[in-house]
Design a protein around this ligand. Structure first.
Ligand code: PFF
Length: 445
């Protein structure tokens, strides 16, 4: 059976894929990793890797999804019947299941912070380090908010592609951009803000380390949602008359823009108010509220910021859940509602140990990592790079070159040379970069 559902408009796919890309990666991980990895030099590497490695792989996922026209596993089956390639789809689907199980934990924290900012817990003279610790270690509220986050995700994905995901993104994404621009203006006009801007944009070459490269490549993959079949799934709802190259390009720039905007909201404020940029994962939960408290009406601005993070996190979560649902309903839309409930609840349950790993289960360590960190490591450091590598080899070397060019080029008006450049990047640059970085990362543990 082929798809009965598809995006109802040109912009639908772009917004949904951009919604998937822009999430905790851009707003939470990017600023703190830039902060702990020397600032501008990391930003520069991240931009380069996004353009020459992550974008080509993302486009390859679009090609596989749109040409296969089904969920991630069946798309591989259509393109290569009787081969082992559908395993790349299976692993991706499983990875989305696990990824959402712990992504929703952080989504829950963010929801909790929105509530905090309305209940007076975000106020001047609060010890934000203690508040963050209390928020993430409390088992009841962590699980409750994680559940609430999953409930919203289930509700939207249950509605289907055009009525659920597309509609939600159509409101949430523009709202996110507007809120971001308001906040960036506020932050950039603080006295002393320029120090933050130069931290973010003026590279200090002495800070370059091989570890910085690894982190930047990992960030580029995570940020474009590649390697876990999500983009294959979203592209399967994309018409052959649509220009996937143009869409990919817009999505990439939107993602880079939001990452930079996140940096431009956070770092000028951090520097202007004398905080340290290398705070780590607590940056937006600990440093940022403290910084906002020193600005007039800061508590409202902080509430706005947290709402914006909720939007971004939800639109990423939709794509993870959709990838799993698409694979289990196998194009039979009548099953969508029931499957979304059952699988969504299963993901929530599997995520509970991750939620508890910041509190009551913090001493449960496997390979020296907490449950949350272990899942994160397996997905982002192992599965994402290996699946991205497989996808670039599949598209660049296994599939017939002419057929790839014809299918990917459908509906596109980009010059032929760009298509060849894309294939070249998939054949050489992406695999080499991924292998080098992967081998290096194994040595670091
Ligand atoms: N790109 C998302 C972010 O940066 O937060 C994370 C993500 C979403 C990864 C969806 C993978 C995925 F399938």
């Amino acid at each position: 059976m082929s798809h009965s559902s598809s995006w109802s408009s040109k912009i639908g796919f772009v917004l949904a894929a951009a919604g998937s890309a822009i999430g905790l990666g851009a707003i939470w991980k990017f600023p703190y990793t830039a902060g702990t990895n020397g600032g501008a030099i990391f930003v520069l590497l991240f931009v380069i890797f996004t353009i020459i490695v992550a974008l080509p792989v993302q486009l390859a996922e679009f090609y596989i999804g749109r040409t296969g026209g089904k969920n991630a596993i069946d798309s591989f089956k259509t393109l290569r019947p009787g081969s082992l390639w559908p395993w790349v789809g299976r692993i991706g689907v499983a990875a989305c299941f696990i990824l959402l199980s712990f992504y929703s934990v952080v989504g829950g924290w963010v929801l909790n912070y929105v509530v905090h900012s309305f209940t007076g817990e975000i106020a001047p003279n609060v010890d934000f380090g203690a508040l963050f610790e209390k928020t993430i270690s409390n088992p009841t509220s962590s699980i409750l908010y994680q559940g609430l986050f999953m409930l919203i995700t289930i509700w939207v994905v249950k509605g289907g592609i055009s009525d659920g995901i597309e509609k939600a993104n159509r409101y949430l994404m523009p709202a996110l951009f507007i809120l971001f621009i308001v906040l960036a203006i506020r932050s950039l006009t603080l006295p002393g803000a320029m120090e933050g801007v130069s931290f973010l944009l003026k590279p200090d070459w002495s800070k370059i380390k091989s570890e910085t490269m690894l982190t930047a490549l990992g960030q580029a993959f995570f940020a474009l949602s590649i390697g876990v079949s999500a983009m294959i799934t979203y592209a399967s709802y994309l018409g052959k008359d649509q220009d996937m190259f143009r869409s990919g390009n817009i999505i990439m720039w939107m993602n880079l823009l939001v990452s930079l905007l996140a940096g431009l909201v956070i770092f000028p404020a951090v520097f202007a108010l004398g905080a340290t940029p290398s705070q780590g994962p607590g940056l937006i939960f600990v440093v940022l509220p403290a910084v906002f408290m020193k600005i007039p009406s800061g508590n409202y601005l902080f509430a706005v910021f947290m709402m914006l993070v909720v939007f971004a996190t939800l639109t990423s979560a939709f794509s993870m859940l959709e990838t799993v649902i698409a694979a289990t309903i196998r194009q039979d839309e009548r099953k969508r509602s029931r499957h979304t409930w059952v699988i969504g609840i299963a993901i929530f349950i599997v995520g509970i140990p991750s939620a508890l790993s910041f509190g009551v289960w913090s001493d449960v360590l496997i390979f020296n990592k907490s449950i949350f960190d272990l899942w994160d490591y397996i997905i982002t450091a192992i599965i994402m790079p290996l699946c991205a590598l497989s996808i670039s080899i599949f598209t660049g070397w296994i599939q017939d070159r002419q057929s790839v060019l014809t299918n990917a080029g459908m509906g596109s008006t980009v010059p032929k040379t760009l298509l060849y450049l894309w294939l070249g990047a998939l054949r050489y640059i992406a695999p080499i970069a991924i292998i080098v970085v992967f081998i290096n990362s194994l040595q670091i543990i």
